[in-house]
Design a protein around this ligand. Structure first.
Ligand code: SF4
Length: 330
């Protein structure tokens, strides 16, 4: 049984004629100890999907209109408030994008981590455990850092503190929602490396939300690419990174800057992600797709199974497979 299983999830904001469906039929699965990266541009529905796992979306305006979210086999959408408090931290913890906005500026970081421990593991709410967590996330000289206020730490150190707080409850699933977006490029790499190390050391599962396919490579077991509220491609990370079959996945990979590539200009995807409530007819990607045909604006494509564990929402995937086979060295 997977640790996390999302089946045909549908989430709307608003109601009646003004209802806008932000997540439309998303299905995902994550085994204990594995890493799944959910990738797509801002506005594609990744964060809404991630927040729904512990039902953290304010409702209203959010409404869960269909599907299931199973954590260790139990449907989160049917849980009572008391059961939800149990899984928040107990099974799933979150790390968000802006550590500076998540930490309380008027309390020392040691006190904030201890408060988190007191909530989830009261018997472990000690200075020794706070120090252990700070060491675990690679904070140098943790004994002196305990007494720092958040503003005395760099963005990278603040994010390490947030990760320590998320780990205080010993979660089985860590959801990291764009954890490096607000950080410098060199610090981004350190935080990704830290998450990879922690996942391995602690044996927890990791759901990483990112718009940057470039950081997925060494970390992910599986990748799901989202666009306009739907999964457009999913499967093993190596396959998707080396042989993407959906034009959107291909465009995301081409837009990643590469040091070894001698290019004057990065490839950009024209236009922007449409807003929920105003998705185009047919394939939602067709106004931006370089391979769009006349039929693409009429018929919404199905998520086809290409092979076990690999699915693509574009009928041209067979042509992509053939093109990639032709370009392989003999
Ligand atoms: Fe592009 Fe058409 Fe495939 Fe959509 S269905 S991704 S528009 S080729």
């Amino acid at each position: 049984m997977p640790l996390l299983e999302i089946k045909n999830l549908q989430i709307e904001f608003g109601s009646g004629a003004r209802a806008a469906r932000a997540v439309d039929g998303v299905s995902l699965s994550l085994e204990a100890g594995k890493t799944l990266c959910l990738v797509g541009e801002s506005g594609s529905g990744k964060s809404v999907t991630a927040l729904s796992i512990a039902r953290l979306l304010p409702s209203p305006p959010a409404r869960y209109v269909g599907g299931e979210i199973r954590l260790e086999g139990r449907d989160v959408l049917k849980m009572s408030s008391r059961e939800l408090r149990g899984i928040r931290g107990g099974i799933v913890s979150y790390v968000f994008q802006e550590p500076g906005a998540s930490l309380n500026p008027v309390f020392r970081i040691g006190a904030q981590i201890k408060e988190s421990l007191g909530y989830h593991r009261p018997s472990a709410a000690t200075d020794a455990e706070v120090l252990r967590l700070l060491k675990l996330v690679g904070i140098p000289a943790p004994e002196s850092r305990l007494r720092n206020y958040p503003h005395e730490l760099s963005g990278g150190m603040q994010q390490r503190v947030m990760i320590a707080m998320a780990l205080a409850s010993q979660p089985k699933l860590l959801v990291a929602d764009e954890p490096t977006t607000a950080l410098d490029v060199t610090i981004q790499a350190q935080i990704i490396e830290l998450l990879a190390d922690l996942r391995q050391q602690l044996g927890m599962a990791l759901l990483l939300i990112t718009h940057n396919l470039g950081i997925v490579g060494d970390l992910a077991d599986d990748v799901a690419v989202m666009y306009a509220g739907q999964i457009v491609e999913q499967g093993p990370a190596r396959e998707i990174l080396q042989r993407p079959l959906h034009p959107y996945s291909q465009a995301l990979i081409q837009s990643v800057p590469r040091l070894e590539a001698d290019v004057e200009r990065l490839t950009a995807i024209p236009g922007t992600v449409p807003l929920p409530g105003s998705f185009p007819t047919g394939c939602r990607f067709h106004p931006r797709c370089s391979r769009a045909q006349a039929s693409c604006s009429a018929q919404p494509p199905e998520l086809d199974s290409v092979q076990t564990g690999r699915r693509v929402r574009c009928p041209l995937w067979k042509a992509s497979v053939a093109t990639q086979a032709d370009s392989q060295p003999a």
